[in-house]
Design a protein around this ligand. Structure first.
Ligand SMILES: [Zn+2]
Length: 146
């Protein structure tokens, strides 16, 4: 795709390139060991991936998670407590150094009380009953709460 930084993926940041998916070192990075899991075919939404691509991506995610949990839990590292695996679909945001339309996932290790944990706790509030009912009605069609 014209102007897409993942078409083709940058070779100097490529960890592994398979038939359907490529793993890259992120640049910029949110944390140390921030990885990107990128479908080889340019799509902008998850539902545009075929089942072979979805399977390959899922397998690559599991492979990287195993490596991350094993290697970063070694004595030389501050033990990690888990990982975040996420993606965003933001068609309203223009592409730039930190936003790429080519659909991809971010995989980042998490440590107890890391900066992201502190940020996520900063504005945490519980759902109101009204908000809960709106969400349930939207995503559980036909469901009625007793
Ligand atoms: Zn692309």
């Amino acid at each position: 795709m014209n102007g897409c930084p993942f078409c083709p993926p940058p070779r100097h940041r490529t960890i592994r390139r398979g038939l359907f998916v490529t793993t890259l070192c992120s640049d910029p990075r949110a944390t140390d060991n921030h990885l990107l899991i990128v479908p080889n075919r340019h799509v902008v939404r998850f539902d545009q991936l075929n089942w072979l691509e979805r399977l390959a991506i899922s397998r690559e995610q599991r492979r990287l998670i195993r490596i991350m949990l094993f290697s970063l839990s070694a004595p030389s590292w501050e033990a990690i407590s888990g990982y975040d695996l996420w993606q965003k679909f933001e068609p309203t945001e223009p592409d730039g150094p930190v936003k790429v339309s080519h659909f991809h996932w971010h995989l980042i290790p998490r440590r107890k009380n890391d900066e992201l944990a502190q940020l996520s706790r900063a504005d945490f509030t519980r759902l109101s009953e009204e908000e809960l009912q709106i969400l349930l009605a939207r995503y559980r069609p036909g469901w009625r709460r007793a």
